[in-house]
Design a protein around this ligand. Structure first.
Ligand code: NDP
Length: 487
């Protein structure tokens, strides 16, 4: 890719990431945000079509370097190569979708001006914030922050991204990918370091922060953003429930339970952690899950825990569940072996046990019998989290009705995590799972401020909005009020 001085694009293949001369990460959040400020103006001036071109090239660099990038993800997180490649694929799909749809969603549009404002042409426009600070977690170190990065860029913002300190290489790879396009401005920059660097980024004059991580950290980030009234989007943890009705396809539901609960070693924000099963099929369902778990190889089908400290949390939750009267149907406390945790299935767990109340983020399922879907919904909603949920039943209408009632941001019927592969679907949660949305039309709007405009199109004989109202004007106004709303 070559580039002329004013930023016009010229023909040529995009350079491969990883070969750029510049280092991947900028030195300090302050310096990066200062540089991003100027870059944001240039980026805004590129307009939707120009940005679409740059972002398409960025997607091309990611797609061509997918194996290398997946290798970095796998090395830094410990997840299997296939999972890492799938993550790259999903991230590229979002980048492509955001850049293709930004104009449709964010261009200025006319709205009806109504009776009182009949003399005005009314329209709504969306302006980029300017510089968006993106703070990401380690569990899906590319896919998750890309849900903010792609949408913020497509909406016309410059981005400064701080990856988790456990996955700096992924961030640096991304920064080099942008640099390889030889754009005249650093529209996408990366700063690496620990939580203090994240806090410094929040204080560095960014116009919005997009945070993904734990609820506890989100509260600290929100307090920091409050100092300067910087708006925040918070994508936090979950304690997602799966509901299984008596008429569900138990084999399929068990397969999804294992994938949703143990994929990525359970380190998935919207992973399955609690399962509420109709009591008449409880035994058959748990037997189907147990069968599948026997075939699963910890350390092969899913990796070790990325963060060593997380193993202590998982062990403590299992112990708490068993101490409070819970039973282990599969595994137990000794399933935690170093950083690798063998599958664990618990039942009869007290509702106030941390295994039920807190995010586990490990390969542990709590399965409980319930009377029906209604009780399932009640038990699912008895959580301070509200990220995702899933419903399994042969009666799709009943499944959809239960899905509507669940207090959460994303929900699936007869599958798990189906929303992750649909860029048009907004993603986010309620309660302790955070607020704001990434992905989809709403995800694009999240990274823009709304600007309403009216333009006078003719001089109305009715002078209501002036100091020169006449008695006749008010007589007509009164009549209009009665005729339109008083009958
Ligand atoms: P953390 O909350 O520990 O960290 C998230 C990010 O915040 C990291 O980059 C971290 O830096 C940074 N950070 C830490 N302290 C501060 C601070 N005071 N100010 C600003 N930034 C700070 O989360 P994890 O990385 O452990 O990720 C796991 C969590 O993320 C789980 O709860 C999971 O459910 C959630 N998650 C939510 C998703 C969603 O979309 N809803 C998707 C994926 C994960 P550092 O790592 O260097 O400490």
């Amino acid at each position: 890719m070559t580039q002329t001085e004013n930023g016009q694009r010229a023909d040529g293949a995009a350079a491969q990431a990883g070969t750029a001369a510049q280092p991947g990460a900028a030195a300090q959040p302050g310096a990066a945000v200062d540089a991003a400020r100027a870059a944001a103006q240039w980026w805004d001036a590129q307009d939707f079509r120009g940005r679409r071109g740059w972002l398409r090239d960025l997607a091309r660099v990611l797609a061509r370097g997918a194996d290398e990038l997946a290798g970095v993800i796998a090395r830094e997180t410990g997840k299997p190569d296939d999972d890492a490649l799938l993550e790259v694929m999903l991230a590229v799909e979002h980048l492509d979708w955001a850049s293709r749809n930004a104009r449709r969603v964010l261009r200025r549009r006319s709205v009806p001006s109504g009776v009182v404002g009949i003399d005005q042409a009314a329209s709504v426009g969306y302006r980029p914030y300017g510089v968006v600070g993106v703070i990401g977690p380690w569990n899906y170190p590319l896919y998750t922050p890309m849900g903010s990065i792609a949408y913020a860029l497509a909406a016309g913002n410059a981005v400064v991204f701080k990856p988790s300190e456990l996955t700096p290489g992924v961030g640096e790879w991304l920064a080099r990918a942008w640099q390889s396009l030889a754009a005249p401005q650093p529209v996408l920059q990366v700063v690496t370091g620990d939580g203090a660097v994240g806090a410094a980024l929040c204080r560095a004059g960014v116009d919005k922060v997009a945070f993904t991580g734990s609820t506890a950290t989100a509260k600290r980030v929100m307090a920091t953003c409050a100092e300067s009234l910087t708006p925040l989007i918070a994508e936090c943890g979950g304690k997602d429930a799966m509901l299984v009705a008596a008429d569900a396809d138990l084999a399929a539901a068990a397969g999804y339970a294992v994938f949703g609960g143990l994929g990525n070693a359970g380190q998935t924000c919207a992973g399955v952690e609690r399962i509420y099963v109709a009591e008449e099929v409880f035994d058959a369902f748990t037997a189907a899950v147990t069968d599948r778990l026997r075939a699963l190889r910890a350390g092969v089908d899913y990796g070790p825990m990325t963060m060593p400290a997380q193993t202590d949390i998982v062990r403590a939750q299992i112990a708490d569940a068993l101490r409070g009267g819970g039973r282990a149907l599969v595994g137990g406390e000794d399933s935690v072996r170093g950083r690798t945790i063998e599958p664990v299935v618990l039942t009869g767990v007290a509702p106030d046990s941390t295994a039920v109340t807190d995010e586990t983020f490990g390969p542990v399922l709590v399965i409980e019998p319930v009377a029906d879907l209604d009780e399932g919904v009640r038990r699912a909603d008895a959580s301070r989290y509200g990220l995702g949920a899933s419903v399994f039943t042969a009666d799709t209408d009943a499944g959809k009705a239960a899905a509507e009632r669940l207090d959460c941001g994303v929900v699936t019927v007869n599958s798990v995590l189906g929303f992750a592969g649909v860029p048009a679907l907004p993603f986010g949660g309620t309660g302790d799972s955070g607020f704001g949305r990434i992905h989809g039309d709403d995800g694009l709007r999240e990274f823009a401020t709304v600007k309403s405009m009216t333009v006078t199109r003719f001089a109305t004989p009715l002078k209501l909005m002036t100091m020169r109202r006449r008695r006749r004007d008010m007589r007509i106004a009164r009549l209009m009020l009665r005729v339109r709303h008083g009958r």
